[in-house]
Ligand binder design. Structure first.
Ligand SMILES: *Cc1c(COP(=O)(O)O)cnc(C)c1O
Length: 358
């Protein structure tokens, strides 16, 4: 017997959260896109509209993580990610609201200009302490390497009499001062929210398709599906890592979430579905397909995708439709995870592919 949404929410309620998002986020059918792609019934869950600082999946996670920071009496948060990170910007925004000072370690490839645009502009407006470190193009920095950098910054901040809270990229893996999978727990809640919305219209999801990066969103959705709607499969479209190591991360977070919520789901590797065929030229690299899918979804549904995450997830969804992965009657929910501020720093590539037509 699956758990009811109420059963599961009673368990997630044991983890306190601050209130910084609009909920429930909108849910609706994408009639025109479904017709255009000639596939199953496509629905969208608009987690790009959570409301905090242009919205996105990170603000759901931060509701729980900020609460943990407050409980631990932190006055500084230190985290890391790529240069145009949604996570870092959202962390800075949420932290500032609660009087916590953000220190952001932003890893940037040498050829990416250090302009204050997109998320970085927002970081600057928030007066975040921005530290730029070097990374390789199209690659995400290894977590172990980045945690060392965080710990060093943590020691420095302590000598100045502050109490730092170290949190890994995306608020996903249980590392640093985040000793419970709080990001993933927020996505168990999100899955329950989605189910309540769908069931009130007599619908049940067959698939949830979304962009996956640090694994917390997928782990939470997997736990949500397995506990409350076991017929639903969660499909993560990777934007950064190959399938193998990434599946291990999702599994680790999902198992920690299962333990934290005492659901005894016995999560196995085949509960986690990751496709790594849609990485394109690598993390954050915008190609013609990315520009074109952003145009397609904007023109058909008035929804803006971002070039780093959700466009690649939509490319994956379109390809899975094309290759006959879904049945025509399947109800497929596309989770829009946000990230739209990253559109603007990529203006030149988008212009090149959509306007210049070389
Ligand atoms: C971080 C992010 C994701 C991936 O979520 P994870 O929990 O890190 O896997 C997807 N989309 C957007 C827009 C993001 O910022």
């Amino acid at each position: 017997m699956p758990y009811s949404t109420k059963d599961v929410l009673d368990r997630t309620d044991r983890f306190p959260h601050v209130d910084i998002i609009h909920r429930p986020t909108p849910f609706r059918k994408l009639e025109r896109l479904s017709a255009r792609l000639g596939g199953p019934e496509i629905y969208v869950k608009r987690d790009d509209l959570t409301g905090l600082a242009f919205g996105g999946n990170k603000s759901r996670k931060l509701e729980f993580i900020i609460s943990d920071m407050l409980e631990k009496k932190a006055d500084v948060v230190i985290t890391w990610a790529s240069f145009q990170s949604n996570w870092c910007m959202q962390t800075a925004a949420a932290a500032r609201t609660f009087g916590i000072k953000p220190i952001l370690m932003l890893f940037k490839p040498a050829d990416q200009p250090a302009t204050a645009d997109g998320n970085v502009l927002l970081d600057v407006i928030l007066d975040a302490d921005i530290r730029i470190l070097q990374s390789e193009k199209g690659r995400v920095v290894k977590a172990t390497q980045a945690m060392d950098v965080l710990e060093e910054a943590g020691r420095e901040v302590k000598t100045q009499g502050h109490r730092p809270y170290l949190v890994p990229v995306g608020g996903s893996l249980v590392r640093g001062d985040m000793n419970k999978p709080l990001g993933a727990i927020s996505y168990v809640v999100a899955f329950a929210e989605l189910l309540d919305q769908m069931r009130s219209s007599g619908l049940e999801p067959d698939y949830v398709v979304h962009s996956t990066g640090s694994g917390g969103t997928q782990a939470g959705l997997v736990i949500g599906a397995k506990s409350m709607s076991p017929g639903c499969r969660v499909i993560g479209i990777s934007v950064s890592d190959p399938k193998g190591p990434f599946t291990d991360d999702v599994l680790e977070i999902a198992r920690a979430t299962d333990d934290a919520l005492v659901l005894s789901l016995n999560i196995m590797a085949d509960d986690v579905t990751v496709f790594d065929e849609y990485l394109g030229a690598g993390y954050g690299v915008v190609d013609k397909g990315v520009a074109e899918i952003i145009r397609l979804v904007f023109q058909t549904e008035g929804i803006v995708l971002d070039p780093v995450y959700t466009a690649k997830a939509m490319i994956g969804l379109r390809d899975l439709i094309k290759t006959g992965f879904f049945k025509p009657t399947d109800k497929v929910v596309f989770l829009h995870t946000g990230g739209t501020p990253a559109l603007f720093p990529n203006r030149e590539k988008i212009f090149e592919f959509l306007v210049k037509r070389t």
